[in-house]
Design a protein around this ligand. Structure first.
Ligand code: AMP
Length: 286
């Protein structure tokens, strides 16, 4: 596996792959790899001849009071994990080369970007779409893999690709969970063991909601009842502050009142005002 830090070099190498008739798969990440990231890399390797993983803690997708400075980072650790997973190139640029002085462009997907995580993290998705657009130009991938854990990010990227005609196929990968049910996340490293029961309330809420809408009497359950049930499970932990608990249509992310096959339960919760966790699940039949 090759480590590349220069944007010019990654573009040259990616174009060279294409010139040789090889398909390129991209997995954008912010590093501190866990099994979720590695599963995305394996999917990319199954679907493309060459896999490029980007490792870039993108400063413009963090708000002023967020965890940019404390975000976990260990290039050597991630390099070893990516290599063991069969990645061809790990692209880990410095911030200054991605955003040199005078950088002044931005990609915005309006509408979708301002709801849910976008309303509590203003500007977050503009940061995401801007860096992903840059990564698409730098790595010229045939396909790119994103996790369904960041369901809104996936929807926003799909819209950007569709609206702006990026010739890139977007693949979603299901959420990878710990045995406990906790959705894997680099931010889980911030959790103290005393905070674990609170963190687990997200997946517990999902489990109970899924049970409820698929069990006896399910026809009469509406979105309001599901949200009340999940909120009660989460707020039973004093460490938890709910950012949102919503039931939305899986593609438009518009709120649902009825539960259908397309209804997605989406959650964002802050633990002790320090750690923001997100999770989601399709409700019917999952
Ligand atoms: P991040 O490094 O957190 O920006 O994540 C990089 C990619 O990995 C994104 O597409 C995420 O959605 C995806 N990802 C992160 N955690 C998980 C998980 N537990 N399961 C599946 N995909 C994930």
């Amino acid at each position: 596996m090759r480590l590349v830090t220069s944007p010019a070099e990654i573009q040259e190498r990616a174009l060279e792959y294409r010139a040789r008739g090889l398909t390129v798969g991209l997995v954008p990440t912010m590093g501190w790899f866990h099994e979720g990231h590695l599963s995305l890399m394996r999917l990319a390797a199954k679907k493309a001849d060459r896999v490029i993983v980007s490792l870039f803690v993108n400063p413009i997708q963090f708000g002023p009071n967020e965890d940019l400075d404390s975000y976990p980072y260990d290039l050597e650790r991630d390099r070893r994990l990516a290599e063991e997973t069969g990645v061809d190139i790990l692209f880990a640029p410095e911030k200054q080369v991605m955003y040199p002085d005078g950088f002044s462009s931005s990609v915005t997907v309006s509408g979708l970007s301002s709801r849910l995580c976008g309303s509590s993290r203003p500007g977050h998705f503009d940061g995401v779409t801007t860096v992903v657009a840059k990564l698409f130009h730098l790595t010229v991938p045939h396909l790119a893999v994103f996790g369904e854990k960041d369901f809104q990010q996936l929807a926003v990227i799909r819209k950007m690709v569709d609206d702006l005609d990026f010739p890139v196929e977007i693949l979603g990968h299901p959420i990878v969970r710990e045995e406990s049910g906790l959705a894997m996340s680099s931010r889980n490293t911030y959790l103290k063991s005393s905070e674990m029961p609170a963190a687990l309330s997200l997946s517990e809420g999902i489990r109970e909601a899924v049970k409820c809408v698929n069990g006896p009497g399910a026809e009469s359950i509406d979105a309001r009842q599901v949200k009340d049930l999940v909120r009660a499970i989460i707020t039973a932990h004093r460490e938890c502050e709910i950012d949102y608990v919503e039931v939305v249509d899986r593609s438009s992310l518009e709120n649902c009142t009825e539960i259908t096959e397309n209804s997605l339960l989406v959650l964002a919760v802050k633990i002790n005002n320090r750690i923001r966790l997100i999770d989601n699940s399709i409700l019917k039949g999952s």
